[in-house]
Write a protein that binds this ligand. Structure first.
Ligand code: BDR
Ligand code: CA
Length: 312
């Protein structure tokens, strides 16, 4: 039976690729999209989620709008230079016909998880505010969820939002520390692995050449995103962030992981840095914290082929 997943997302070019990848994966049954600020604000993330489901012909999948600011302060603002003003590479899509359900993202997550104990995987691809709010409202979701497979964090490598922190965690470090400290099975798919999955120009050409409508949409929105990688990292092609978490939910054997307790720095210039304790015995700030599966290795070639074969 396909694994039921809820994708929590801030679309976002790579979120778009990840959502389409999940929709095209028979191992997964996407039962909802919940939205969050990050690449864009939550209103636009919600509009984009609805637009993407319409492009995919999957208006049967509900969209629930999430929090519009982090747990402890205002949203710092989107990253138009990465994903475009519209979060879709500045292609400016028409408004969606559908609308979000009358339920918050946190309430939707709680209702779905509690109705199907042990069945639902949460796949957050943005800041972790909705998951932290859901835990606060109904702590029993931790023991009723199947697993959480998140894109975010940097255990043993530098950040991308700052030298210290990865963007999703940096946007709400307090929420991330709650999520990484809850008693549910969490896999962290962070920059340690996503910066090793490079979708090259030759890979991206396959979207351009495909007549699949999902591939065609990706082909339209990727150029702006690709230019950001060239300017910021001097690479041709793109790092595969959000789709790596989807791939991990489909096939964890693509990754190697270490089991460590993880804390999130909430202060100072390292705000948003995820710190694993990889020593023999956890030190006080990590003591009593659950072990997180931190991905440290990836079979990038196999991952890329899986995604491209399903979307082109
Ligand atoms: C993460 O930040 C966002 O820009 C991407 O969508 C991804 O979720 C990578 O750090
Ligand atoms: Ca994202």
């Amino acid at each position: 039976m396909a694994q039921k997943i809820i994708i929590d997302t801030d679309p976002g070019v790579d979120d778009t690729m990840a959502i389409f990848f999940a929709l095209r994966s028979p191992e997964l049954d996407v039962i909802g999209l919940t939205t969050i600020f990050g690449n864009v604000d939550t209103d636009l993330a919600t509009t984009n989620a609805l637009r993407l489901l319409e492009i995919a012909g999957r208006m049967d999948i509900p969209v629930a709008k999430g929090a519009d600011h982090p747990l402890t302060g205002p949203f710092a603002g989107g990253v138009a230079f990465v994903h475009g003003d519209d979060g879709q590479g500045n292609v400016h899509l028409p408004p969606p016909a559908g609308r979000a359900v009358d339920q918050s993202a946190a309430a939707f997550i709680i209702e779905q998880v509690m109705a199907a104990p042990g069945e639902i995987t949460l796949v957050p691809l943005g800041p972790l505010t909705n998951l932290a709010l859901a835990l606060r409202l109904e702590p029993r979701i931790a023991v009723n969820v199947r697993q959480v497979v998140l894109m975010g964090g940097n255990a043993l490598c530098p950040g991308n939002a700052t030298p210290a922190a990865e963007a999703n965690i940096h946007n709400d470090p307090e929420a991330a520390d709650v999520v990484l400290g809850a008693e549910w099975p969490v896999t962290m798919v962070g920059l340690d692995v996503t910066h090793r999955v490079n979708m090259t120009p030759a890979h991206l050409d396959r979207y351009d050449q495909s007549d699949d409508p999902l591939a065609q949409h990706i082909s339209r929105i990727v150029p702006h995103y690709r230019a950001y990688f060239e300017q910021s990292y001097g690479i041709q092609g793109i790092y595969v962030h959000d789709s790596s978490a989807v791939a991990c939910a489909i096939d964890p054997s693509l990754f190697t992981a270490q089991r460590w307790p993880v804390r999130v720095e909430t202060q100072g210039i390292s705000r948003g840095k995820t710190w694993p304790d990889n020593g023999e015995r956890p030190l006080p700030p990590w003591q009593g914290r659950p072990l997180v599966s931190v991905c440290v290795g990836v079979d990038a070639d196999r991952l890329l082929e899986m995604e491209l074969n399903r979307l082109t």
